[in-house]
Design a protein around this ligand. Structure first.
Ligand SMILES: Nc1nc2c(c(=O)[nH]1)N[C@@H](CN(C=O)c1ccc(C(=O)N[C@@H](CCC(=O)O)C(=O)O)cc1)CN2
Length: 281
């Protein structure tokens, strides 16, 4: 068997074209996104410039706030409050990770839930679980859209999520549960990982460990979604899944790069447009 390759770039392009139409339909309002970048982390700089370029391509106003990694938490919170009150801004995000002296919790909680287009605020996380109007975290929601595009219905399937981060693993399981999958969470401390992953109809690998998932870990015909963003010895980008092995056993698989990554930014644009639409109602 050779798996169908789930092309994240192509799905992202289709969704971005749909978003452009929605933006064109907004009268007298341009969606606005504020991105706060702290410090000099090379990967963060790359992701932020990708976000800005994506905004530019779609006609979303983007405001970049660059701060040194010596910035005080109180200064950052003041900036967030200004953006909360800025009528031109419909979405605010602080690029993660943060320097060690700044509390991620305080920063996330300072953003108004109505502008939290990353979907990380406890109000949005709570509504994801309990229902109600909310922004969902971009990476897991992007994966749900990918499954939808591929016509893979999670209902009744066994989904195994490897990873328990607040931004991917935990909300991923909740979203799959919301679509009636039976969900198992695993993580770096799970004993005998293979026993669990080999039962998955849908396997989400989001542990941040290169080649954690090999062919032995998956069931024949499984759908394998790779959220990993790791570098090999030569600096080449690779996921958590041994792609060359697993694509011969899976029924569908995402590559890295070109799989989940492009959907993360697309869902950020999606949330920003949604926020502007709510604002204009
Ligand atoms: N505030 C946030 N911080 C972080 C988030 C987030 O959703 N919000 N997620 C990640 C990084 N991230 C977006 O910020 C992100 C990661 C990867 C990609 C992507 O498109 N990857 C490409 C490859 C890019 C490359 O060549 O380096 C791919 O997989 O094809 C987009 C966004 C952590 N921080």
């Amino acid at each position: 068997m050779s798996a169908e390759i789930i092309d994240g770039k192509k799905i992202a392009q289709t969704m971005r074209a749909q978003l452009k139409d929605r933006i064109n339909q907004l009268e007298d309002i341009t969606p606005g996104l504020a991105v706060i970048l702290i410090g000099d982390n090379q990967a963060s700089k790359t992701y932020v410039s990708m976000k800005q370029k994506a905004c530019e391509d779609l006609g979303i106003y983007s405001k970049l706030v660059k701060l040194p990694d010596t910035v005080k938490e109180s200064e950052l919170l003041d900036i967030i409050q200004e953006l909360n009150e800025d009528q031109l801004i419909h979405g605010i995000l602080v690029q993660l990770p943060l320097p060690a002296h700044i509390s991620e919790t305080s920063v996330i909680e300072a953003i108004y839930p109505s502008k939290d287009v990353d979907g990380f605020h406890p109000i949005n996380i709570g509504r994801l679980q309990a229902g109600g109007e909310a922004f969902y975290p971009c990476t897991p929601n992007g994966i749900m859209k990918m499954l939808e595009f591929q016509e893979i219905d999670p209902a009744g399937k066994h989904a195994v999520v490897v990873g328990r981060s607040n931004i991917v693993g935990k909300p991923m399981g909740q979203l799959l549960l919301g679509k009636s999958a039976t969900v198992t969470y695993c993580h770096s401390k799970t004993a005998d990982l293979k026993t669990h992953t080999a039962q998955a109809d849908i396997l989400i690998a989001a542990a941040g460990i290169r080649n954690l998932i090999t062919a032995d870990h998956i069931k024949s015909g499984a759908v394998v979604i790779d959220v990993g963003m790791n570098r090999d010895e030569e600096g080449k980008l690779c996921g958590d899944v041994d792609y060359d092995q697993c694509r011969l056993k899976a029924s569908a698989i995402t590559p890295v790069p070109g799989g989940v990554g492009p959907m993360t930014i697309t869902m950020l644009l999606f949330n920003t447009v949604e926020s502007a639409e709510r604002f204009s109602r």
